[in-house]
Design a binder for this molecule. Sequence first.
Ligand SMILES: *Cc1c(COP(=O)(O)O)cnc(C)c1O
Length: 372
Amino acid sequence: MRELIIDLDAIAYNLEVMRKRAGGAKVCGVVKANAYGHGMVEVARKLEDAGVDYLGVADIAEALELRRAGIDAPILAWLHDPHEMFVEALNEGIELGLANEDHLNRVAAAAEITGRLARVHLKIDTGLNRNGATAGEWEGLLRLARALVAEGFIQVVGIFSHLSSTGEAEDLAQIERFDSAVEIARESGLQFELRHLTASDGSMSYPQAQYEMVRVGVALYGLSPFSDNKASAYGLRPAMTATAHVTQVKRVPAGEGVSYGYMHRTAAETTLALIPVGYAEGLPRDASGKASVSIHGKTYPISSRIAMDQFVVDVGNDDVNAGDLVTIFGDPASGVPSADDLAVAAGTINYEIVTRMGGRFNRTYLGQSDLD
Ligand SMILES: *Cc1c(COP(=O)(O)O)cnc(C)c1O
C-alpha cells in the first residue's frame, strides 16, 4: 500500500562520485539515524561491498547494531553520554570520537577491563559549539591522551571537528582553527593518521580541507547539502522514492469541503483521490496546501490538510482510479517532485524529509548486496 523504494545502487554510485571528489582522502559513509531514513543495515552492507573506508554513526548503539548485522568495516561513533556502553564498543572494535577528559578516562577504563586497545579520534571544537574540546581544554585533553597512549590503553587514530556551514568566512575560520589544533597536537608529540573535518558540504566546497578523510552523509543519499544547488549538478542520484497506491476515489459536486478544516473546497464537480500516507509516515503536515504529488506523470497539489494516515488530492476529471500509483517524491529527473520540493513546501531541509520517512511505509531495496 505504501512503499519507500531505496535504490542501493544509487548510493554506491554516489559513494564513487564523492570518492572521486575526495581526491585520495578516505571516505567515511555516514549511516546514522537509520541511514537518514534509508535503512541503516542495508545501506551499510552496500557501502561495505562498495569499499567504503569507514562507516560513521552518532551513537554506540547504532554501531553495535551494525556489528550484530555482520558489518566488519571500521565504524566511528561520536556522540556519547557519560554512561555509554564503552566496554561493548571496545569488544566490538568500534572507534570512538571523544571530546572530553571524562569520556577519555572512561574509555581507558573500558580498555583496561576488556584488554583491548581503544582506537579514538579526538574532537576539537573549532566554532560549532556542539561537542568537541574548546581551545582552552585542548592541551589538557592532549596531555591525558598522551598519558593513556603511554599506558597502552588507547591509540589516537585521528583528530576531527565539524563545520557550522554558516558561510565561507566562518568555515574558513574553522579550518584555520582546526589546523592550529592539529599543529598543537603534533608539537606535543602525539601520533595520529587521520585528520577529518568536512561533511558533504565542506568536502564539496573546500577541497583544501579534505585532509585524510571526509565524512559524507546526505550526498550519499543523492541529495544536495546546499539549499541553492540541485544534487544533479554534482552528478548525484537520489536514492529514495516514496510511493503509495490510491485507496479510493469518489466524485463530488462543487463546493464540497475536503479533509480537516476544509482547507480545500471543490471548485466544480470533481474526483477526489485518497492516498494512505500521513504525518505518521513522515509526510510533514506543514506541507498541506504546498506540496505536490505525481500520478501517471502529472503533478497534483496536496491542497487539503494532510492527516495522520492519509491525504486527499483533487484530480479534476482525470482518469485516476483506486490502485493507481502515486509518487510523493523521488528522482526529479523522472519528472516527479523531489525531496527538496517537499522540503521547501514544509519549510525544512531535504535531510529532515528523508530521515523522518518511516511509519507504516514498507521499504523495498533495489540492488541489495547478497547476504553472506
Ligand atoms: C551527520 C554528520 C556528518 C554528515 O553530514 P552530511 O551533511 O549529511 O554529509 C558528518 N560529520 C558529523 C560529525 C555528523 O554529525
